[in-house]
Design a protein around this ligand. Structure first.
Ligand SMILES: NC(=O)c1ccc[n+]([C@@H]2O[C@H](COP(=O)([O-])OP(=O)(O)OC[C@H]3O[C@@H](n4cnc5c(N)ncnc54)[C@H](OP(=O)(O)O)[C@@H]3O)[C@@H](O)[C@H]2O)c1
Length: 298
């Protein structure tokens, strides 16, 4: 860990005191070697999202929803170095924090929410669709379930049995992943599956999706770009060859804040860690079975 002063905000920037930082799998993937091992990327500033209070602004500091001033409670996304107690961010990354949302929840809304939003848009999920989601208890999955249901879709959600009650609580029909998954999904969706979203990246998730959905433009992966590109399905995110969905994701931010503020979108934070314990949060997340979100508290 490296101590670094946040500095003064320049033009179009804001200084924020961080109240919570969102933790995402990409935060450990960037140093695991999974995304290359170029030493020139060191030292790395981890953390793509945070929530906090604006303490100072530079000239012309405007956020996604208008001017930003000291004292504003904000969500910052997508930023670099969100694992911090204070930092300078582009004001354009800021969205007002809904008053009803707690700090840890606010720090976990945007990355998962925007990804889920993009996945539903890319596969044109609409009222009456049956959507299969693999890896559904995770941060992206719980967002995708709620957003799909708000579009009028029905969701079949894979997860370990210990998370089935949670998936039901969020409005999905749970099924266990593992051998026989396709048959269990057929039994749960006798009229068929229209859309499949791979939110975990396993071969099983992709194979079962191809088995059950004939239209490859309605299958998307956010977690297995290599195979997704080979298969000709929608590949979403920052990997080479993937669709980053930059505009869709940016446009989703105010909508996500509105929905979280009026209670139509819930951010489930299942654990918080002190900022100095970020490594413990990563060890837990790396096991691959966290439900909802983890947050760091400075
Ligand atoms: N492309 C993008 O733009 C983008 C954006 C965000 C995330 N991602 C990636 O998408 C993935 C999910 O992100 P996340 O934040 O939702 O992760 P997460 O919170 O760690 O969730 C992963 C979920 O996958 C489930 N799971 C574990 N093993 C499984 C298996 N064999 N089959 C089916 N489900 C299984 C787990 O549920 P159980 O505990 O019940 O097993 C867990 O809740 C990560 O790989 C992440 O890096 C990509």
């Amino acid at each position: 860990m490296l101590d670094q002063a946040a500095g003064e905000p320049g033009p179009g920037e804001a200084h924020i005191t961080v109240r919570a930082s969102g933790v995402n799998p990409v935060d450990y993937k960037v140093y695991s070697g999974a995304m290359g091992a170029d030493p020139s990327r060191l030292p790395m500033r981890l953390g793509l999202e945070a929530a906090g209070v604006v303490t100072a602004v530079g000239p012309d500091a405007a956020g996604a929803s208008g001017p930003v001033v000291a004292g504003d409670e904000v969500i910052a996304f997508r930023i670099s170095g969100g694992y911090a107690s204070a930092l300078v961010v582009p004001a354009a990354s800021l969205v007002p924090k809904p008053a009803a949302l707690g700090w840890p929840e606010a720090s976990g809304l945007m990355l998962t929410g925007a990804t889920a939003w993009h996945a539903l848009a890319a596969t044109s999920v609409a009222a009456g669709d049956t959507v299969l989601m693999h890896g559904a208890p995770g941060g992206v999955g719980l967002m995708a379930i709620q957003l799909a249901i708000s579009r009028g879709a029905h969701v079949i959600a894979t997860g370990s049995p210990g998370h089935h009650e949670l998936l039901r609580e969020f409005g999905a029909t749970p099924v266990a992943y593992g051998d026989g998954l396709a048959d269990r999904v057929r039994a749960a969706a006798p009229h068929g599956v229209d859309v499949a979203l791979d939110l975990v990246g396993t071969d099983e998730a992709l194979d079962v999706s191809l088995d059950l959905v004939s239209d490859r433009s309605r299958i998307a992966t956010i977690a297995n770009a290599r195979r997704g590109l080979e298969l000709g399905i929608k590949v979403l995110g920052g990997a080479p060859g993937a669709d980053p969905g930059t505009e869709i994701r940016a446009a989703a931010r105010p909508e996500l804040a509105r929905m979280a503020g009026d209670g139509t979108l819930r951010v489930l934070v299942t654990d918080t860690f002190a900022l100095e314990e970020a490594a413990d949060a990563h060890r837990l997340l790396m096991q691959g079975h966290v439900a909802g979100k983890l947050a760091l508290l400075p």
